[in-house]
Design a protein around this ligand. Structure first.
Ligand code: NAP
Ligand code: GLV
Ligand code: GLV
Length: 319
């Protein structure tokens, strides 16, 4: 066990490091930015465990340089940055951090929906620029959330947590994904994607990124949405076609967008989506509360240690 060598690509919060150090020697990238790829390539050569962030690309090229690697543990639930097939082929276990971030991320989805549909972005910009004039009955008129129909694309842990919150707003919920879930309650209703887009007053994307979901929402899908509808994306940026979204927002095909994830990410300040007033963007803050980030970091650390010890991972993607 003392021979374990763990590479950590970014300083994790909480007790994660102490947990990792209980299993072997730890090398950590300590700079306040993602690890340089060449540094990761240099460090990975003797690593038995790798603790990753969603900004790291764990691909065949990297794994080739890591003959001793047995476990990759990601401090995130989404693992689209990891080549899972390549890990599987090499017998490498992969862990992630589901559940502990579900409620926190669902909270943010609602924040985005309300902010976008009620035009918080334009409002705060006006206040900062001294454009807040006298109360005006026609100023920054938005769309109602309460009593409307929300369509959730990707009805997994986060999608369902988003749906639970809709009850308080007196909303109807539609959802879509590949397989309907077995719910005894008739609410929410499973519908095909196109029907969801047509019927929903607001749409929230909470699916993972895969080859199947890349640009799941593009020109045709946006055209199906109501002109009064808001699109929220808290999954991954490339689920939504940025150029098509920009067109839909500026041509009035949809009312507004609320994005926590973008394509590209980070997004430049002069990107058309950033400068579009009815697009409200937060910088990938879904899981970012003190308690949740700590829970994610520690779960990822426990996953890595368990994997190195030959025990079952608490939250495996590849067991
Ligand atoms: P999850 O429990 O696995 O739920 C994902 C759901 O998406 C599943 O129910 C799945 O159902 C559905 N899905 C998969 N492929 C689909 C497709 N082709 N079309 C429609 N639906 C599809 O995952 P989760 O914990 O809720 O997390 C979801 C994603 O949110 C993560 O993968 C991550 O990318 C993102 N996330 C973002 C943040 C943030 O900070 N913004 C935070 C946490 C997570 P089927 O398999 O039946 O299709
Ligand atoms: C964050 O985006 C995650 O996937 O955990
Ligand atoms: C608005 O502030 C109102 O009182 O209607």
């Amino acid at each position: 066990m003392e021979n374990e060598r763990i590479v950590v690509t970014r300083q994790p919060p909480g007790q994660a490091l102490a947990i990792l150090e209980s299993a072997g020697s730890v090398w950590m990238w300590t700079e306040d930015r993602p690890i340089e790829r060449q540094v990761l390539f240099d460090q990975i050569t003797t690593a038995t465990g790798l603790y990753t962030m969603l900004t790291d690309h764990v691909d065949e090229a990297l794994l080739k340089c890591a003959p001793d690697l047995r476990v990759v543990s990601q401090m995130a639930v989404g693992v689209d940055n990891i080549d899972l097939a390549a890990c599987r082929n090499r017998g490498i276990k992969v862990g992630h951090t589901p559940d502990v971030l579900t409620e926190t991320t669902a909270d943010l989805a609602w924040g985005l929906l309300i902010a976008a549909a009620r035009r918080f972005g334009e409002g705060t910009r006006d206040v900062a620029a001294g454009r807040w004039g006298d109360w005006d009955p026609n100023y920054l008129i938005g769309q109602d959330i309460h009593g409307s129909t929300v369509g959730i694309i990707g009805f997994g842990r986060i999608g369902r947590a988003v749906a639970r919150r809709a009850v308080g707003f007196g909303m109807s919920v539609l959802y879509t994904q590949r397989r309907p879930v077995d719910l005894s309650d008739p609410q929410p209703s499973f519908v095909p994607l196109n029907e969801l887009l047509e019927r929903s007053d607001h749409v929230i994307v909470a699916a993972p990124l895969s080859t199947e979901t890349h640009h799941l929402i593009s020109t045709n899908e946006l055209r199906l949405m109501k002109p009064t509808a808001t699109l929220v994306n808290i999954g991954r940026g490339p689920l939504v076609d940025s150029a098509a979204l920009h067109h839909a927002l500026t041509s009035g095909e949809i009312f507004a967008a609320g994005l926590d994830v973008t394509d590209p990410e980070p997004i430049a300040p002069d990107h058309p989506l950033v400068t579009t007033p009815n697009c409200f963007i937060t910088p990938h803050l879904g899981s970012s509360t003190i308690r949740t980030r700590q829970a994610m970091a520690e779960l990822a650390a426990r996953n890595l240690v368990a994997g190195l010890r030959g025990l079952a991972l608490e939250a495996p993607v590849i067991a």
